[in-house]
Design a protein around this ligand. Structure first.
Ligand SMILES: [Fe+2]
Ligand SMILES: [Fe+2]
Length: 360
């Protein structure tokens, strides 16, 4: 049997995969599209070779600014860009990676690979619809799905943040992630602890951020978070009032909601101790969910009696990474612990990346 040439091998690989493969040259002109890419882009018989990528791929790759696309950034920076989501004209979703092609220190083009994640998105949409049915009314769904959450980079020198991504339905994702983490801890026994009640926690998670309002920011904006984002205690108080006034939420859940952004030392003197274990668990889960939703951390969880163990990785704010445990009864937090056997990993990556909200 004769050996295959590199060209034959490449042709065989690129035509049999469902993944999109695109090669751009150092002028960002299209040099190669495999069959899956032609199909996704509706190329037909168009002669695409040497055409500018923006003209060939604009439906799939980018919004409107030719000079500020992810692809042009990959080429100029030499840094790859991973897993941004785009919808093709034929209603398919692709998770797209773009990487610079290098010859020595020179960047000679860009390789674009897109995986078809349409099935995954459809499953997620079905689960979303199922979850929506459990909400008391469509106003809550509307509020959660229009509460933006931002991804950002913190600059310690200026104390400012730069917006790097926007998740338009971030409020919804955040609540889903709270419930997801709580359900895992529940499977590990946390609701067997006296004071941790399934209905109480579930109600508190659904309503806790309904009073939140976010500033409208664009990717690239640099802002002082202390000036622009209001104190969390304010939306906590509003959420509590909405939950009590419009949805008849039980008073213990209203209390958890009202104080979910307080420090323990700030709680009023008449705050009932019997609610403290649930309040501590709520704050723990709220924080983990926020990090999963906004930056896609992964977290390892375990429960033993009234102690919850957490091992956080991939948090861009490194002080949060590592293991810790919290005793829900005493409040004691211990860092650098050994995770007990039987712990479970929760990856936030897919939830963050494959959200229907626009990550741009
Ligand atoms: Fe909140
Ligand atoms: Fe929250």
């Amino acid at each position: 049997m004769r050996d295959m040439t590199v060209e034959e091998l490449w042709g065989c690989l690129s035509s049999t995969t469902d993944n999109i493969l695109v090669i751009l040259d150092d002028q960002l002109r299209v040099q190669f599209l495999n069959d899956a890419a032609k199909s996704a882009l509706h190329i037909g018989e168009m002669d695409y070779v040497n055409q500018d990528y923006f003209d060939v791929m604009s439906t799939l790759i980018l919004p409107n600014d030719r000079d500020a696309t992810i692809i042009s950034k990959v080429f100029t920076s030499g840094e790859p860009s991973a897993e941004f989501i785009r919808k093709s004209p034929d209603e398919r979703y692709f998770s797209i990676n773009a990487a610079p092609m290098k010859a020595g220190s020179n960047i000679i083009g860009v390789l674009i690979v897109g995986a078809d994640i349409t099935d995954y998105i459809h499953i997620q949409e079905e689960l979303d619809r199922a979850f929506s049915l459990t909400l008391p009314d469509t106003k809550i769904e509307f509020k959660l799905k229009t509460t933006i959450e931002y991804q950002d980079e913190f600059n310690p020198d200026t104390q400012k943040i730069r917006i790097t991504g926007r998740m338009l339905d971030g409020g919804y994702r955040h609540v889903v992630n709270c419930l997801r983490i709580f359900s895992i801890l529940r499977s590990m026994g946390v609701t067997k602890v006296i004071g941790i009640d399934k209905t109480l926690m579930t109600q508190a998670f659904i309503f806790h951020d309904l009073g939140k309002t976010q500033p409208i920011l664009q990717v690239g904006d640099e802002v002082d978070p202390a000036l622009l984002f209001e104190d969390g205690k304010l939306h906590a108080a509003r959420s509590a009032e909405l939950a009590r006034g419009y949805y008849d939420v039980e008073e213990d859940a209203v209390t958890l909601i009202k104080y979910h952004h307080h420090r323990e030392t700030e709680l009023p003197s008449d705050f009932p101790w019997r609610l403290i274990p649930a309040w501590r668990l709520f704050q723990l889960i709220d924080g983990i969910s926020a990090a999963i939703t906004r930056v896609g951390i992964a977290v390892e969880l375990n429960v033993f009696d009234c102690v919850v163990q957490v091992n956080e990785i991939n948090n861009p704010r490194p002080q949060y990474n590592g293991t810790r445990q919290i005793d829900l009864y005493s409040g004691q937090v211990t860092y650098g612990i050994d995770m007990l056997p039987g712990s479970v990993w929760v990856s936030g990556k897919c939830i963050t990346k494959y959200t229907r909200g626009q990550m741009i």
